[in-house]
Design a protein around this ligand. Structure first.
Ligand SMILES: Nc1ncnc2c1ncn2[C@@H]1O[C@H](COP(=O)(O)OP(=O)(O)OP(=O)(O)O)[C@@H](O)[C@H]1O
Ligand SMILES: [Mg+2]
Length: 332
């Protein structure tokens, strides 16, 4: 960004809505979505299939006009100033890059020219994007013959070519194998650290949010249902403060009954038994009653009962549990 463009929110969505169709077939794909993303933030845009993630991102990047509301990039409305926005935006759309007959090299050079990056500046931009996404080995192979993971990387390379302050990625790790997922997440973290960017990525993979995002916005049926940090979202889980323990099976009162009888316990889940070299272990997850010191109570019960505890851990909360609560209900 040039001087005088230090906008606190690089992205700002104001009551953004998109309706498709008309009459009885009218669909409110996105309804009054409002949020901002500042420099250094990696926002995970999370929601189940059909929640409105891609539609929101298309409006944010200027590819789809909103029915109402507006999207601002670096302080300006993307519909009113599309060129201003496109210069400052990198966008990885859903799926594979267009132009399947081109090679990554010719495609990226073409993208650089379209962006006005010519001569040495263009060559440097392509070289940097290729190095960042590790495309060196496939530069001269037609895009249509590349694996999904490499196609995704070509998409990423074109998105970062002009080093935009705002990066919008629609399911960046979709279709990638676990190694490639890991690699792309590392790439996103590196890009976030490289300074001052605002990054939005959509996903329905919770581990992705935990791995790379500083903030999470959850959308369900077109509406924002949560906007907070991944940790505070997980903390809303009924598993927050739950204790999972493995106990050697023994004669006497069953730990399951003792645990279920604790006033501090709301519920006990029996996770079954497993054979280990040191004998048979039974594993339980005990969910806490609100405001109670469950861990202390379980430790006292274990001591009193003379249980041989193999493992015991306290849970910070489960994102998948909260996600289900927030996005559950009838799908459209
Ligand atoms: N061009 C269109 N015409 C009509 N309906 C559409 C159009 N594009 C999207 N929709 C509808 O809008 C809703 C939101 O779709 P969208 O693609 O934004 O969801 P998503 O959150 O990206 O889902 P996914 O996780 O499956 O990618 C869906 O009900 C979809 O069918
Ligand atoms: Mg989508």
């Amino acid at each position: 960004m040039s001087d005088g463009e230090s906008i606190e929110s690089l992205i700002r969505l104001e009551s953004l809505s998109k309706h498709f169709g008309s009459g009885s077939t009218r669909i409110a794909a996105v309804e009054n979505v409002t949020f901002s993303v500042g420099p250094g933030e990696v926002l995970g845009f999370l929601g189940p299939n059909g929640a409105g993630k891609s539609t929101t991102m298309k409006m944010l990047t200027g590819y789809l006009p909103p029915t109402s509301g507006r999207a601002l990039v670096c302080g300006r409305d993307v519909q009113e100033d599309p060129l201003w926005a496109k210069e400052r935006l990198g966008y990885l759309p859903e799926g594979a890059p267009a132009y399947p007959d081109m090679t990554p090299e010719s495609f990226l050079k073409f993208c650089a020219r379209v962006r006005g990056l010519t001569g040495k500046v263009g060559a440097d931009a392509v070289g940097r994007a290729v190095a960042l996404t590790h495309l060196e080995g496939v530069l001269r192979q037609p895009i249509e013959t590349l694996s999904k993971g490499f196609k995704r990387r070509v998409g990423l390379a074109q998105a970062v070519l002009h080093q935009p302050p705002v990066l919008v990625m629609d399911e960046p790790t979709d279709g990638l194998d676990p190694n490639q997922k890991h690699e792309v997440r590392r790439l996103i973290r590196d890009m976030a650290r490289a300074g001052g960017r605002a990054i939005v990525l959509s996903t329905h993979i919770l581990e992705e949010v935990e791995a790379v995002c500083t903030r999470v916005v959850v959308i369900a049926r077109g509406r924002v249902v949560a906007d907070c940090t991944p940790a505070s979202l997980a903390a809303r889980s009924r598993y927050r403060g739950a204790v999972t323990l493995s106990v050697a099976t023994q004669a006497g009162p069953s730990p399951l009954e003792v645990l279920a009888g604790l006033v501090e316990a709301a519920q006990v889940e029996d996770l079954g038994t497993s054979r280990t070299p040191s004998g048979e272990l039974a594993t339980y997850t005990v969910l806490p009653r609100a405001g109670k010191d469950l861990l202390g109570a379980v430790e006292r019960a274990a001591r009193a009962g003379g249980w041989k505890v193999d493992q015991m851990r306290l849970e910070p909360g489960r994102l998948d549990d909260v996600f289900r609560d927030l996005t559950g209900g009838p799908s459209r």
